[in-house]
Design a protein around this ligand. Sequence first.
Ligand code: AVI
Length: 338
Amino acid sequence: MSSLAIEPCPAELSPSLLAAVANEAASGLTANPKTLSPWLFYDEAGSALFEEITRLPEYYLTRTERAIFTAHADEILEVASAGRCMTMAELGAGTATKTGILLRAAVRRQSQVMYQPIDVSDSCLIEARAAIEAKIPGVTVVPQLANYMTQRIAISRPRQARILALYIGSSIGNFSPKQAREILQNLRGQLEPGDALVLGTDLAPGTHKDEATLVAAYDDAAGITAAFNRNILTRLNRELGADFDTSRFAHRAVWNAGESRIEMHLESLMAQRVYVPANAGFPALDLAFAEGETIHTENSYKFTAASVEALLRDAGFAIAKQFEDARGLFAVTLARAV
Ligand code: AVI
């Protein structure tokens, strides 16, 4: 092996991932305003920080959706199945922790259930399969490694079963309205009329939820979301050899009422320069930041009952039932493919 082969960290990165990260930096950090794509959050450290976020007192989304599932799982399965056998498929399943509630309700109705989690992370799929098959007898996990945004997904239908597709956790909120419609239209392409979808969406501030509750969910007192946001810069330092000083960037969570979304930004606390070396065929970047300039790292769209309905209608679904928690924080919508 030549000495050139013993490069330290980037050697652990697959060439295609390195190129994807370099591409994001080259396009996003030279744009005006500067942006970085939120998928960059989810390296190992970022995924662990996100798990921590889901347990924060301010981040009501995960526990509220779980409570809605716990209260309504049997009804969801009854309406979705309409007396037929079911298989469940989940977009962006991750480790599928909340899905267990719906799977348990499914095996109460039919002793055997095929569960098809679809995710870009191999390790999450392996973990989900091991945990679910160990804890919920009667469930057979058939994982699919795919990016549902960019790749065709294929959902199997065992003998005339109805498909219940899950797209939960407010994941749809991290896509633009156009992308969200495309994701649901692609999913609809895998379904037949009568199949069902459970969609989890966070609700916009309004009569029930105030703006402060929403903003706090993205700017918690313990600073975990700030660490999650800044980790994107740590990742560029490690994987691309960039020289961001993360202490010179502040986490900002801003409610954009016009677009109905929470925006996360990293704000440069001073005028500064940052260097990103050439990587994977992308040229080196010598970046200038003005004091107060931000890198826009994430959008998290928030919905109303009406905007969820319109989104579903455009993608070929009709609402069968909508569930909200008593505080009007979060909605779980059960829709039928038409
Ligand atoms: C993954 N996604 C639904 C989260 C959200 O709420 O938009 C990501 C997140 N960003 C900051 N906190 C959580």
